[in-house]
Write a protein that binds this ligand. Structure first.
Ligand SMILES: Nc1ncnc2c1ncn2[C@@H]1O[C@H](COP(=O)(O)OP(=O)(O)O)[C@@H](O)[C@H]1O
Ligand SMILES: [Mg+2]
Length: 279
């Protein structure tokens, strides 16, 4: 698969006199991949994300997004259409008086003709399970619904990449599940490349690959299953190990010997059920 995003030797600081926030970062994201970027607060995740869609431009190093070098200002609007961002706080992203106006907002700004805009809004509202909410005022929605409206607005622009910057961190467990289910669908069914930034290791489980950023450097890269089973790396980067991994570890202390690789609720339940069958 070709690279959708390619970052090469990127270093960055906000001001000349301040320390580097990104230090010689190189990474690639493949078309159709779902990458999780994990890291403690202040590690540089949001700063890095802003380079993906040319909100920040490299002075040292290079970023190529969807085949376009972000240093080329003539490509900025096209890059920002290709690489869509969804942020942490849904209330800061919804701007229009109704759900359908909000989903249409980016399309209007992009000058999409009315008929096509109408069709895309309808499709995206349906895709994100928001039918019946077209005329609802966004402030009357739950957190999960609001983030789904933000995602619908992003999706309406037909992006190649969606970057979610802590997009579930303000949501309750139900809202988080709603959004993660949709993200999985967009990735698997529509082939949208996903870059999910989070400090919650549980959210990495379903992704293809994970990168850990700490103090502006990439300190780990691998598959989520291996990272989540690695207590040393998690601890060194201030990441709590997933609840299910802790439960499995506690059970092992009581000689309930379930597999070390158990990571999800389903795997834990299966492991406990098959264990009972053996004894
Ligand atoms: N606009 C800014 N101006 C100056 N410093 C900033 C700005 N945004 C972030 N920083 C600093 O850059 C570092 C990385 O921040 P950020 O990229 O937001 O990390 P994260 O998203 O991992 O929490 C932090 O030390 C933060 O204070
Ligand atoms: Mg951040």
């Amino acid at each position: 698969m070709p690279n959708e995003i390619s970052v090469c030797n990127l270093s960055f600081r906000y001001q000349d006199s301040t320390p580097y926030v990104l230090k010689d970062i190189s990474l690639t994201v493949k078309k159709g991949e779902w990458l999780t970027i994990l890291g403690p607060n202040g590690s540089g995740k949001s700063t890095l994300a802003k380079f993906f869609n040319a909100l920040l431009i490299p002075l040292t190093g290079e970023v190529v997004s969807c085949g376009k070098n972000t240093v080329d200002s003539a490509e900025w609007s096209s890059i920002r259409r290709d690489v869509s961002m969804v942020f942490q706080n849904p209330d800061n992203q919804l701007v229009a008086p109704t759900v359908e106006d909000d989903v249409a907002f980016g399309l209007e700004s992009a000058g999409i003709p009315y008929d096509e805009m109408h069709q895309r809004v309808k499709d995206c509202i349906q895709r994100l399970g928001l039918e019946g909410f077209e005329k609802t005022e966004p402030h009357n929605l739950s957190g999960g619904q609001k983030q789904r409206v933000a995602l619908a607005g992003a999706l309406a622009l037909k992006p190649k990449v969606i970057v979610l910057d802590e997009a579930t961190s303000m949501l309750d467990p139900q809202g988080r599940n709603e959004v993660l289910t949709i993200v999985r669908k967009l990735n698997k069914e529509d082939g949208v490349t996903i870059i999910a930034i989070t400090h919650d290791v549980n959210e990495a489980i379903a992704s293809d690959r994970v990168i850990v950023l700490n103090d502006g450097s990439i300190v780990y890269e691998g598959i989520p299953r291996e990272l989540l089973a690695n207590r040393e790396i998690l601890r060194a980067n201030n990441l709590s190990s997933p609840f299910i991994v802790d439960v499995a570890r506690e059970l092992r202390k009581y000689q309930i010997l379930i597999d070390e690789n158990v990571l999800t609720h389903e795997e834990l339940v299966n492991a406990i059920c098959s264990y009972k069958r053996i004894i």
